[in-house]
Ligand binder design. Structure first.
Ligand SMILES: Cc1cc2nc3c(=O)[nH]c(=O)nc-3n(C[C@H](O)[C@H](O)[C@H](O)COP(=O)(O)OP(=O)(O)OC[C@H]3O[C@@H](n4cnc5c(N)ncnc54)[C@H](O)[C@@H]3O)c2cc1C
Length: 404
């Protein structure tokens, strides 16, 4: 058992400063423009790739070479402190990479994850396509079908995916599809759709409330034929898993669920980055803004609001770092990853709203970034499992019962 400490290591402090500097010098100044344009900020991705911040090596480094699990949330908080829309444009490919790591063989990870990023001179994107128009939280209700064509050793995919980050503009799409419709979520598998595969196209591109620099769109799959080897995890393993499920035995998709529980602290840390941005900004504003002859922070009602915001952010960060550590040690007991994501999403929405209150009219207009941060924060109650789905996961974990 290692000695208990909440201190970051020297390496983690350096990582924190490195990401913070990029966030402050490159991301912050660019944020209003890309929020307005609602487009993928390619020039910022290029700058991030040039310094090694966009790329699979960066993710591998912070995720693999860190026994504490804290490096990833530390880096995420700084990046999203810069701007959540641009942060998501940089991190969106990581969703695809996580999907490949969760279900793929090591050969598949080596082949496909780098293609989700390309190189600094030729940047590519990855997309993870699970959600559908009629099935978001209810993952057992996906309808996109994958049918195996034995004659050609190909899988044929048909269906519509929606809300997909980098959907339709990605080099690599990781698609979750139904192989056996009788088995609910246990009858699903994940597939790689390689670059330029005929039949995959972008449907509607969504105009969003927040994180507008991150591209979100429908992905239409119309008789998409992919080689047999694009099934993540191999046909033999899939057949064996389906046979086990049909016999009522436990299946290894539980392992994939553990992987997603372990990615939740990463998402929570992003929300904390937004909350901290709003906290710091509103604290400085409250010290400088004078009303009734004194700085507004001299009123307890304003100072206590800031005290509450600081306390809530620290509480969310502690939950997040605990979950990241537990995830690394494979010691989740009560869905602590979900607890962290639940808390951090709420704290981000609440803190950014309070920060707007502290700025008064200035909080409501685009001259100041606080209204943007508030718009950005709301997605953290919705994606990667809504607030209610996180509650459901925690409720099931603490009760050991199948709460509906
Ligand atoms: C900007 C953005 C980016 C996204 N990126 C991706 C992506 O890259 N890949 C991807 O696959 N998906 C992505 N999503 C989809 C996202 O994960 C879903 O929107 C989310 O899971 C919720 O699904 P839904 O929108 O269908 O809502 P629903 O599932 O229809 O939920 C609607 C409401 O009902 C509640 N609800 C549903 N079921 C229950 C229940 N059992 N108990 C209590 N309450 C319940 C929900 O909490 C919610 O409040 C993205 C979404 C957005 C908006």
């Amino acid at each position: 058992m290692s000695e208990f400490s909440l201190e970051l290591s020297e390496d983690q402090l350096q990582l924190q400063k490195w990401v913070h500097d990029f966030a402050e010098e490159v991301i912050r100044p660019a944020a209003p423009e890309w929020d307005r344009r609602e487009e993928t900020p390619w020039p910022i991705l290029e700058q991030a790739a040039a310094i090694g911040l966009y790329g699979w090596e960066f993710l591998a480094e912070i995720m693999m070479n860190d026994p504490t699990g804290l490096s990833t949330p530390v880096a995420m908080e700084e990046l999203f402190w810069g701007d959540a829309g641009i942060g998501m444009a940089i991190m969106g490919s990581g969703l695809a990479a996580a999907g490949i790591v969760a279900s793929g063989t090591s050969d598949q990870v080596l082949e496909w994850v780098p293609q989700c990023y390309g190189t600094a001179d030729d940047i590519k994107l990855g997309a993870f396509a699970a959600s559908e128009p009629d099935a978001g939280s209810d993952v057992a209700a996906y309808r996109t079908r994958a049918v195996y064509d034995e004659a050609s050793d190909e899988w044929v995919l048909n269906g519509v995916k929606t809300w997909i980050t980098n959907g339709g503009i990605a080099n690599i799409h990781v698609v979750v599809a139904v192989v056996d419709p009788d088995l609910g979520s246990s009858g699903q598998a994940s597939f790689i759709v390689p670059p330029n595969t005929p039949g995959l196209s972008m449907g509607q591109k969504f105009s969003k409330h927040g994180i507008r620099a991150s591209h979100t769109a429908e992905v239409v799959l119309d008789d998409v034929r992919i080689p047999g080897r694009c099934l993540l995890g191999s046909k033999e393993r899939l057949d064996a898993r389906l046979a086990r499920v049909r016999e009522g035995k436990p299946n290894d998709r539980q392992a994939a669920m553990q992987t997603f529980e372990a990615t939740r602290p990463t998402v929570a840390a992003q929300a904390i980055g937004i909350a901290r941005a709003a906290y710091e900004y509103s604290l400085e504003y409250a010290k400088a803004r004078v009303a009734f002859g004194k700085p507004i922070i001299m009123n307890q009602s304003i100072a206590f609001m800031l005290a509450d915001i600081a306390t809530e952010i620290d509480a969310a960060r502690l939950l997040t770092h605990r979950a990241a550590w537990l995830g690394k040690q494979k010691k989740f007991a009560n869905a602590e990853g979900s607890m962290a994501k639940l808390k951090a999403g709420r704290v981000a929405v609440w803190s950014t709203e309070r920060a707007m209150q502290i700025l008064g009219g200035y909080g409501y207009v685009t001259d100041h970034p606080v209204e943007r941060w508030h718009r950005d924060a709301k997605i953290y109650d919705i994606f990667e499992g809504t607030e209610q789905i996180q509650q459901l996961l925690v409720a099931r974990a603490i009760s050991g019962m199948r709460i509906e």
